[in-house]
Design a protein around this ligand. Structure first.
Ligand SMILES: [Cu+2]
Length: 124
């Protein structure tokens, strides 16, 4: 007589349980990974050739999206050597500057059309 210790009817639910557990773990991992990569947003304005505020802060290790509003009647160019970005923003208009995930530190930026207009992004 053949003894089947693991009848099909018992093995299948166990397999299904493991498959569902693995799938759930994969989904959880993927969503955590997505959260880590979700960009942080910061906003800044330029008025009378001054950044307002002059210092903005953002979390480390996440891409950063900087919304720059130009309230002046002259075009400006948001630029940063350390952030490796530059973007011209028309008067009365706004632009979004996307920055890679950064290590903690201070990253200076300026208006390339008015070099005295300077600000700093503090990443912590
Ligand atoms: Cu430039």
């Amino acid at each position: 007589m053949q003894v089947n210790l693991f009848p099909r009817s018992a093995v299948l639910p166990v397999r299904a349980f493991f498959a569902i557990t693995l799938l759930a773990a994969a989904v959880l991992f993927a969503s955590e990974h997505t959260n880590a990569q979700q960009s942080a947003s910061v906003a800044i304005s330029v008025k009378d050739h001054r950044f307002q505020p002059g210092r903005i802060s953002a979390p480390a290790n996440r891409p950063i999206s900087i919304r720059v509003k130009n309230l002046d009647s002259a075009p400006m160019e948001f630029e940063s050597v350390s952030l490796r970005v530059e973007k011209v923003i028309a008067p009365g208009s706004e632009g979004v500057v996307n920055v890679r995930a950064l290590a903690p530190g201070r990253y200076e930026f300026f208006d390339d059309f008015h070099r005295e207009t300077r600000g700093v992004l503090v990443v912590e």
